[in-house]
Design a protein around this ligand. Structure first.
Ligand code: SF4
Length: 201
């Protein structure tokens, strides 16, 4: 379990809940538009945030913060994620997972064990452009599988795409939308050039 950073307060990352955000260290993608470059290597450059500090903080904020967002990096790459979430939930926090969807078996297990209250999954691109938008070759069937698991489960969720005009077209967005179940929530967020992993996009 390696935590790169803690954001102590947000009103915009957990639907209808004031929340804290835990940024896990390490990601298996290299999306050119990523704004969290320092969180991508599995080993951080600066010392990680101790788990005990996170737990102490959450203990103090009990009753004032309603939720905890697990973000990153890619949270599902972390060892002992289940145990970590169990500790957070034992303090009566709702837990939201932000994920790139590359590890469907972990997502399925977390849902099955009632450890998640909300899921936001990135859909980087239509299948043919996935490698470009996530910066590495991946097994697209894992993405498809995660979409299926999340859509079929009873955890509130949404799918989202960062729209990078130089890499995606409006037709790409339509293709992504049509690959998702009709009644599912899908949002598109605008790409911001500042601090992107790849400059000049
Ligand atoms: S999935 Fe992409 S955007 Fe998210 S942390 Fe990893 S590299 Fe960054």
């Amino acid at each position: 379990m390696i935590i790169g950073a803690l954001q102590r307060f947000t009103l915009s990352d957990f639907p209808e809940k004031p929340a804290a955000i835990i940024f896990f260290q390490g990601c298996n993608f290299r999306c050119p538009f990523c704004h969290n470059g320092s969180l991508l290597p599995m080993r951080p450059e600066s010392p990680p945030v101790p788990v005990a500090d996170i737990m102490n903080f959450l203990e103090k904020k009990r009753g004032r913060l309603g939720g905890v967002v697990l973000s990153g990096g890619e949270p599902t790459l972390q060892n002992n994620l289940e145990k970590f979430i169990e500790r957070i939930k034992s303090m009566n926090y709702a837990v939201k997972l932000d994920t790139n969807g590359s590890r469907p078996e972990i997502i399925a297990k977390l849902i099955q064990n009632n450890l998640l209250d909300y899921i936001a999954m990135d859909i980087k691109a239509p299948p043919g452009k996935y490698a470009t938008l996530c910066g590495t070759e991946i097994d697209y069937s894992a993405i498809r599988h995660s979409i299926k698991i999340i859509s079929a489960g009873n955890v509130p969720h949404h799918f989202r795409t960062t729209f990078v005009p130089s890499l995606l077209s409006r037709d790409d967005l339509k293709n992504i939308r049509s690959s998702l179940p009709a009644n599912t929530l899908y949002t598109v967020q605008q790409f911001r050039k500042e601090n992107a992993l790849v400059s000049g996009l």
